[in-house]
Design a protein around this ligand. Structure first.
Ligand SMILES: *Cc1c(COP(=O)(O)O)cnc(C)c1O
Length: 403
């Protein structure tokens, strides 16, 4: 049984206190996928209309909604963010030995996509405040082989894009945004995903908008679009054929099958139509955690997320940084005992077995990435997390004393 602090008891009042007790038995998962209004109707429609392959009516609807949300030049739905990242490496013609600068503190797909082309990911450390690629360390990692910079907007908080776009221009490097966390977020009023020549999105079930497995490549440089369509369609000009622009389609380039079934696009369309509702709910949970854990965090030497002025964050994840790994593990265990599933996040790529084999760490290493990987915990955050359960997570965290 978790005893909330006196302050939490006062805040919750006696009514919600007894409600917390009754909900104690249920387990609170880290994530639960959300069903919005029209999933089942749209699924039936997608199957009923006789077009279940890719690039059908729902793909067009979902792509249009994404275009409006991100301000992207063009949107190509893909089977995953991983696949969109692979497409970006092919599109930029990465050759063996070419280098791409990326954070060590990210998902391995960003590195894998380039390693598959024989290229070398160069891992750069992140900032201790936003946990984003440290823009001050990029220049020192640039060599004659550097071709691109990959940024990841961690938790959907924009990287220092002014500095980073400036560097990319100065050194003629391509800029790619892995925007898996940042759908609908912005930096100085401009949507994340609109800064790079390309950006990638994920619709994996753990993301804000999901269709189980899915993704998108946002193509902002119009010069890349025609080839992107070919790469996505097995290296053929089939997209042009379907638009009546060529009289037969042929194999003209390398490529793969990167387009999702229209059935999945139907799920995605329904989710995107509910974007505002989903976000309102996620934001409410995020802000409740942020406000109600503030004094506990300060007393216990715990850091809360930092959102710089000018960044609008999308409530993708809520994390805390404990003073060390021992306390982080103890808090995960303490929450688990009360049925609350919390979890750590990325393990630095530069120390991973494949990272050591295929990548290179920038001079100075990535000490911040190593530290935060050990200290970070993510709390449950999903649209159907009811208020009473949010309160239970908060009270359980507040009952933990850092030692
Ligand atoms: C989820 C995620 C991916 C991978 O997405 P998939 O759609 O599962 O391939 C890539 N990068 C980041 C930052 C992610 O969070």
């Amino acid at each position: 049984m978790v005893e909330p602090s006196g302050q939490a008891r006062e805040r919750n009042g006696s009514d919600s206190r007894s409600a917390i007790e009754t909900s104690q038995a249920t387990r609170i998962p880290f994530n639960r996928s959300h069903l919005s209004e029209h999933e089942l109707d749209y699924l039936a429609e997608a199957i009923g209309q006789g077009h279940t392959a890719g690039d059908g009516p729902f793909t067009r609807r979902a792509s249009q909604l994404l275009k409006e949300l991100t301000g992207a030049g063009s949107v190509l739905l893909t089977t995953s963010c991983t696949d969109a990242l692979e497409m970006s490496a092919i599109l930029l013609d990465f050759q063996p030995g070419d280098e791409i600068i990326m954070p060590s503190f990210t998902f391995m797909s960003a590195a894998n996509a380039f390693v598959l082309r024989g290229a070398v990911p160069v891992f750069v450390d992140c900032r201790g405040d936003t946990l984003n690629l440290d823009e001050r360390l990029i220049e020192g990692a640039i060599t004659a082989r550097t071709r691109a910079i990959m940024v990841v907007h961690y938790a959907g908080v924009g990287c220092e894009m002014e500095a980073i776009t400036g560097l990319a221009e100065r050194y003629s490097l391509a800029l790619i945004e892995d925007n898996a966390h940042g759908l609908g977020a912005s930096y100085h009023g401009r949507p994340l995903g609109s800064f790079g020549c390309m950006a990638t999105q994920s619709f994996h079930e753990t993301k804000n908008i999901q269709c189980g497995e899915g993704g998108a490549l946002l193509v902002n440089d119009p010069g890349l679009l025609a080839r992107a369509e070919v790469i996505r369609e097995k290296g053929t000009d089939r997209s042009r054929f379907f638009r009546g622009q060529v009289d037969k389609y042929r194999w003209i380039d390398i490529g793969s099958s990167y387009l999702p079934s229209d059935v999945l696009a139907a799920l995605l369309t329904s989710q995107l139509e509910s974007f505002d509702k989903i976000q309102t709910r996620r934001q409410a949970v995020w802000h409740k955690y942020h406000w109600e854990l503030a004094d506990w965090a300060a007393e216990n030497g715990v850091s809360q997320p930092m959102v710089p002025d000018g960044c609008m964050q999308p409530a993708h994840l809520y994390y805390l940084l404990l003073p060390d790994m021992r306390n982080r593990q103890a808090l995960i265990g303490h929450l688990a005992e009360s049925g609350v599933q919390a979890t750590f996040h990325y393990q630095p790529l530069h120390t991973a077995p494949a990272g050591l084999r295929y990548g290179r760490v920038a001079a100075g290493g990535c000490p911040v990435s190593e530290q935060i990987a050990d200290r970070l915990i993510r709390l449950p955050l999903f649209p159907d997390l009811v208020e009473i359960d949010v309160a239970r997570v908060i009270d359980t965290v507040r009952a933990f004393e850092v030692s």
